[in-house]
Design a protein around this ligand. Structure first.
Ligand code: SAH
Length: 203
């Protein structure tokens, strides 16, 4: 997987490649599809969620450029796979999942596999995690129509945010950088396809 689907397609960051090599992806997908866990494709994981294909996980991680002393926020925990990758590259990972059952099973899985620097919260990603802000990096793994302002506000100066942005099939991977002066710049990184970032269910 690492050689054929990541290195061959241009992923260069040694730390990202090493984390992808070290992470047992077959333990993050449903048992029935585990024989295909290392294929370069996404898999449904229930509740309308999907674990992204390895190439997209690696690409987004490379763009985020997490560093060993940094704290990062992920929106859309899903299986916990992306959080596990980030946890090997940053000091601490905060991750938020809307769907209670996914939040619970991902937290349990991450703990069981020893990813001890990941905190999972069930809640609405649009709100971010204000008590732990600001974050050096923020990764959104479901598509909002626009990058939520709350999350931009929770990004540290000098920080990076990576997200699929758009509606329906019209989505683009976006890298947002906040300069040390607080100036926001934004660059498109190609088409992607993610499940939508859903507004929290009304009670
Ligand atoms: N990163 C995951 C895949 C995420 S799929 C992995 O590595 O497996 C997108 C996830 O975003 C789904 O689990 C979905 O339930 C969640 N989601 C959708 N809207 C959300 C919201 N508003 N807040 C938090 N999570 C949300």
């Amino acid at each position: 997987m690492v050689r054929e689907d990541l290195e061959a397609r241009g992923i260069r960051d040694r730390r990202v490649l090493e984390a992808m090599r070290a992470t047992p992806r077959h333990l993050f997908v449903p048992v029935l599809v585990s024989p295909g866990a290392y294929d370069d494709r996404p898999w449904p994981i229930g509740h309308g969620a999907t674990i992204s294909q390895p190439y997209v996980v690696a690409l987004m991680t490379e763009l985020l450029r997490p560093e060993p002393k940094q704290r990062v926020l992920e929106i859309g925990t899903g299986s916990g796979y992306q959080a596990a990758i980030l946890s090997q590259l940053a000091a601490h990972v905060y991750t938020i999942e809307l769907e209670p059952e996914l939040a619970r099973s991902a937290a349990e899985r991450l703990m069981r596999l020893g990813y001890n620097n990941v905190e999972v919260r069930q809640g609405d990603g649009y709100k971010g995690w204000p008590e732990a802000a600001p974050f050096d990096g923020i990764m959104i793994t479901a598509a909002p129509p626009e990058v939520p302002q709350t999350l931009l506000d929770q990004l540290a100066k000098g920080g990076r945010l990576v997200a699929p942005v758009g509606v329906g099939l019209d989505q683009e991977l976006v890298l947002v950088e906040k300069s040390l002066q607080g100036k926001i710049t934004r660059a498109g990184k190609g088409p992607v396809l993610f499940v939508p970032l859903r507004p929290e269910k009304q009670k």
